[in-house]
Design a binder for this molecule. Structure first.
Ligand code: GTP
Ligand code: MG
Length: 586
């Protein structure tokens, strides 16, 4: 398969880095397995035996080259179209269930998960199998209620047998769809042997699974069936962290109603003779068209969408959207339309994540750290968003010597004619052929990068400078907002406009503290287990413990080893910051 070469590229570059830092063969194997899992999940492909080869960009064993995000998404969409979602009584026998469904065709893949009951995702070999299955399904019989007779691929399994045999009563093997609680994660990390292992372990525990990724595309496909009542040629595509490689289990599902196949379709008019064109309603603003479409689709989702609850139409936002919860999947959904710039940002983040496995690992770690300390939140507000934080990590990686990822302008320069993309006057062009991207070899460990990330932002001149991944260099800030991160494509916009100075100060204080914690000798190696057999937190695990900033003074008093001069000055500034912060709170 074509994605294999992408895998090889990732593996090859991870090996270049890790070969230098691993002590033995067993560590090498462990690392290889970790990256195999991480890679497989991030692109959401089936397991396949991987062979390492060549250096980055060597796709000789694979004539088609790596798959673009669009091709990967097309495969996922195809799978989703052939899938159904079935609510199952928890005591259903898996064998009996599969035998029953296979009356309609071959089952390519199935799995169970729990969300307000047990559900099964079943992918058939063809769409005809799904049609056959749907034809056999009945309308629910209700005595005191009425049903909206909208048929979808969300079904309920009914068991009419009065007695099940003991084997049929066994529970269904459910795939987890949520992350482990932070306390469990801290314990897991504390058992690892190195900070690099901790970072890889965190990435593995938090990233989207193959099943979760399938479920996201299936929800998009189910919604497409609703929207298709009006726009039969439409597509609903996921974007944001569901597909950019940085998604964490439980993240929201951002969707984009793509009508380009209809409105962007300009058939060449003949120069002579007769031709026809559609009569279409006209308005004077594209935003108004978007709002009208979302308003109507939002009503349909609200009134007819099985499993869709709490529908809110937020049409006056900068980017109009319909927000709702999809109960059977447990996803918080945001449906937008005409949001092609966000799709390009998604593609860009995906590309950066593919260039080097350290990118994803560091982004996951920083996102997890930020969430553990309330730097980010699921509630909108003056917090730094995950998107802004990801751009900050990318910027930091561009600033390494040599850089780990290139600046966006370089990716723009490498673009060919097929990559050209101008959306609403914004240049969104960048290269999509990974093999054209040449990077110098940087062999820094994840531990080094994590520690330096905190130092970098602990000392970043936020008051004067703006973060700019297009240039890969900080720029003079022209606005008086506390944090300025230039939007990569809509360059006049600041992606962190919402962040206030107290949130920025908090972020900086936490960076200072985390940099300091990672310098402490007792945090740099495993600390064994305590009396109750619980591993003592060390390394990354220490950074995820609560109330770090508040507790730092007490820690300081216990006279630790002398920190480097740089860290001493960080501590000094942290002390000053803490005092200021407290007086603000009181
Ligand atoms: P989580 O949902 O927090 O896991 O991350 P996310 O990356 O999905 O962020 P979010 O749901 O807030 O936004 C979805 C996508 O919209 C992002 O990945 C970006 O592509 C885009 N996006 C979000 N915020 C901004 C912004 O301020 N400016 C721009 N240009 N795009 C944004
Ligand atoms: Mg999102």
């Amino acid at each position: 398969m074509r994605f294999l070469s992408l895998f090889r590229t990732a593996m090859a570059s991870s090996f270049t880095v890790h070969r230098l830092h691993m002590r033995g063969r067993s560590r090498l194997e462990k690392c290889r397995n970790t990256f195999e899992t991480i890679f497989r999940r991030s692109v959401g492909t089936e397991p396949e035996v991987a062979q390492t080869q060549g250096a980055r960009g060597d796709h000789s064993g694979d004539k088609d080259g790596p798959k673009s995000l669009y091709n990967l998404m097309a495969d996922r969409q195809e799978q989703a179209e052939k899938s159904v979602l079935i609510s199952c009584p928890s005591r259903t026998s898996e064998k009996r269930f599969l035998k029953f469904l296979s009356n309609h065709g071959d089952i390519k893949k199935h799995f169970f998960y729990e969300s307000y009951g047990v559900y099964a995702v079943v992918e058939f070999a063809s769409r005809d199998n799904v049609v056959s299955l749907l034809e056999s399904a009945a309308i629910p019989g209700v005595s005191h209620e009425s049903v909206v007779p909208f048929k979808s691929r969300l079904l309920s399994l009914r068991n009419h047998s009065s007695v099940d045999s003991p084997t049929q009563q066994s529970g269904l093997p459910c795939q987890p769809q949520t992350t482990v609680p932070i306390s469990e994660l801290i314990q897991r990390l504390s058992r690892e042997e190195s900070v690099d292992d901790q970072i890889n372990s965190l990435t593995e525990a938090y990233q989207l699974t193959e099943e979760n990724s399938r479920l996201r595309f299936l929800v998009c496909s189910l919604l497409k069936d609703i929207a298709a009542s009006y726009f039969p040629e439409c597509t609903i595509r996921p974007f944001g962290s569901s597909v950019n490689g940085f998604g964490k289990l439980g993240c929201d599902l951002d969707m984009f109603l793509d009508l380009d196949s209809i409105s962007g379709w300009n058939m060449k008019m003949p120069k002579s003779g007769l031709s026809l064109e559609y009569q279409m309603k006209r308005t004077n603003s594209e935003r108004h068209v978007t709002q009208s479409i979302l308003s109507v689709i939002g009503e349909c989702v609200d009134h007819f969408g099985p499993g869709c609850v709490g529908v809110q139409k937020i049409l006056n936002a900068r980017c109009p959207l319909v927000r709702f919860a999809h109960q059977p999947s447990g996803f918080q959904c945001d449906l937008t339309a005409n949001n092609r710039v966000a799709m390009k940002s998604t593609e860009l983040l995906y590309l950066y994540g593919e260039l080097d496995p350290r990118v994803r690992s560091l982004v996951f770690t920083i996102r997890c750290w930020a969430r553990a300390h309330g730097v980010t939140s699921s509630i909108p507000g003056a917090w730094i968003t995950n998107f802004a934080l990801t751009v900050m990590v990318l910027f930091f990686l561009q600033k390494r010597t040599p850089p780990i990822i290139p600046k966006l302008d370089y990716l723009r320069d490498l673009a060919g004619p097929a990559d050209e993309s101008v959306i609403e006057g914004n240049d969104c062009t960048f290269v999509t052929d990974f093999s054209k991207i040449q990077l110098p070899s940087n062999t820094e460990t994840l531990e080094q990068l994590l520690s330096d990330f905190f130092e970098f932002y602990a000392m970043f001149p936020f008051s004067r400078m703006s973060i700019n991944i297009r240039k890969g260099k900080e720029q003079n800030k022209l606005e008086v907002t506390p944090l300025h991160i230039q939007n990569p494509f809509e360059t006049s916009l600041n992606v962190s406009k919402n962040v206030n100075s107290s949130q920025l100060d908090r972020f900086v204080a936490l960076c200072q503290e985390s940099a300091w914690l990672l310098q402490q000798s007792e945090n740099r190696t495993p600390r064994g287990v305590g009396g109750d057999n619980t591993p003592t937190p060390w390394g990354l695990a220490t950074l995820l413990l609560p109330s770090q900033v508040a507790g730092i003074k007490g820690r300081k008093k216990r006279k630790r080893e002398p920190a480097s001069e740089r860290i001493k000055s960080l501590l000094e500034s942290l002390k000053n910051k803490n005092e200021g912060w407290k007086s603000q709170d009181s």
